[in-house]
Design a protein around this ligand. Structure first.
Ligand code: NAD
Length: 419
């Protein structure tokens, strides 16, 4: 962990943009706080027959633009500060993406790898039950995040539907997104975050005469976001020369095949054991020379300790909050451009929105339709942020915040404050 908490990081980013754009001081008060913070402690029967108490969170940051929306994370480091930060980032992200959602986030503080599939299912179902009416298809819609996946979304949906009358059930399957396709999920949702990142990167590269064909990159985190970003960068000719996950890191200047590595990770759950390069320590991985660095693991990875090591031209944030305030400052001093999380990883929530629409309309879109619509939506977001960079002569993160805060400010002013 860095010196500043993750929520303090969000607020410092927020203040910088709010000052630069002259955000209305009353609206500023609203957006500086969360709306609801739900903490639930709940018991689950373990395989041994013993009970264990778990703590789960759901923070709802803002819903002025639409229902609360955001992922659920299962990780030992989940805590209220982290969830607040992630919820605020969702508010900015949905506003930048131009979709009718607010921001929320949640999770359970636990190490999911310590539990059997049966225990994980019972933990997930009991958490859903404990949240009860705090989530809902037109109110607050969870989705996958770190260590959660389509199977977990299917359990959440099923548990939620069991709590409703039979007549209501088929009308409520959009209570979560990121479901398996057979259970009401959307084609293209699994790859959506990586796909969105690659669409925006392509657009940025075109605008800035940056050739992705032959460009080298390193990626931290080879889960959903990292592996899909890598797999989709391959056909564009970009070459992965280093990768790190929770089990270690390796580099290979000749290139690492993302498809082969993804197959290995699908079987083993980690990059460890893959025969594809030279294994290195954390510092050496961060020092690897490349054109791009895609952090796609957790927050607070690029800090005062690691930023001085980084040897790339552009940091492309796949994870939420990978760069803390010191990290941002040091990258700027080194002349390294940062393309920020709230724009680069918005593809996931955009396709979640498409899944939600398909469920509401009882439709099923083919992959071409999903990808075409994602491309259009995310490119609109990219252009709004790019134009704000030019208009305000600022960095991409601050510009992205200005786009989000401008939209939220407009809606609050139109609607007024009740009563
Ligand atoms: P995931 O659980 O699929 O993958 C996480 C990856 O991070 C794994 O490869 C894991 O080994 C690695 N990791 C964990 N701890 C690490 C450490 N200390 N050092 C190096 N690597 C480590 O999660 P994901 O869904 O790919 O999410 C990754 C990031 O992207 C998170 O910040 C998440 O909030 C963000 N994000 C995810 C989505 C989505 O649709 N899944 C959407 C937007 C943003």
């Amino acid at each position: 962990m860095g010196k500043t908490s993750v929520y303090e990081t969000v607020m410092m980013q927020f203040d910088k943009a709010a000052d630069l754009m002259g955000l209305d001081k009353e609206i500023r008060k609203i957006l500086s706080t969360t709306t609801n913070e739900i903490v639930v402690n709940f018991p689950v029967v373990m395989d041994s027959g013993c009970l264990k108490i778990f703590t789960g969170y759901r923070v709802q940051h803002c819903n002025v633009l639409g229902p609360y929306k955001g992922g659920l994370r299962f990780h030992p480091a989940v805590n209220i500060d982290e969830v607040r930060a992630l919820a605020a980032w969702m508010t900015w992200k949905t506003a930048i993406a131009g979709i009718p959602y607010g921001g929320a986030k949640g999770g359970i503080q636990m190490a999911p790898w310590e539990y059997s599939p049966g225990e994980l299912e019972r933990i997930t179902r009991r958490f859903t039950f404990a949240l009860g009416g705090n989530i809902g298809p037109e109110y607050d819609i969870p989705a996958p995040d770190v260590n959660t996946n389509p199977q977990i979304m299917a359990w959440i949906m099923d548990t939620y539907l069991q709590m409703m009358s039979p007549q209501e059930r088929n009308r409520s399957v959009h209570v979560v997104t990121g479901k398996p396709v057979e259970s009401g999920g959307s084609l293209g949702r699994t790859k959506a975050t990586g796909q969105g990142l690659v669409y925006v990167l392509e657009a940025w590269a075109k605008d800035h005469d940056f050739n992705l064909d032959g460009a080298t990159y390193i990626v931290q985190g080879f889960g959903n976001v990292g592996s899909w970003a890598a797999k989709l960068l391959k056909p564009l000719g970009a070459v992965m020369v280093g990768v790190e996950d929770h089990s270690g890191a390796f580099v290979n200047p000749e290139g690492i095949d993302p498809d082969a590595l993804a197959e290995h990770v699908a079987a083993e759950g980690r990059i460890q054991g893959f025969d594809g390069g030279e294994w290195v320590d954390h510092e050496t991985f961060f020092s690897t020379k490349a054109d791009l660095f895609v952090p796609a693991a957790l927050e607070n990875q690029i800090t005062s300790e690691t930023a001085p090591l980084i040897n790339v031209k552009v940091v492309v944030e796949g994870a939420n909050g990978p760069t803390d305030i010191d990290g941002d400052r040091i990258l700027k001093e080194k002349g390294i451009l940062v393309l920020p999380d709230v724009l680069m990883n918005a593809g996931g929530v955009v396709v979640s929105y498409f899944e939600w629409l398909q469920n509401k309309r009882s439709e099923f879109w083919d992959l071409d339709e999903v990808d075409t619509k994602l491309h259009k939506q995310i490119l609109g977001a990219y252009r709004r942020v790019r134009d704000a960079v030019r208009e305000h002569d600022t960095d991409w993160r601050t510009a992205a915040y200005i786009v989000a805060l401008g939209r939220l400010e407009k809606v609050y002013k139109e609607r007024g404050i009740f009563p």
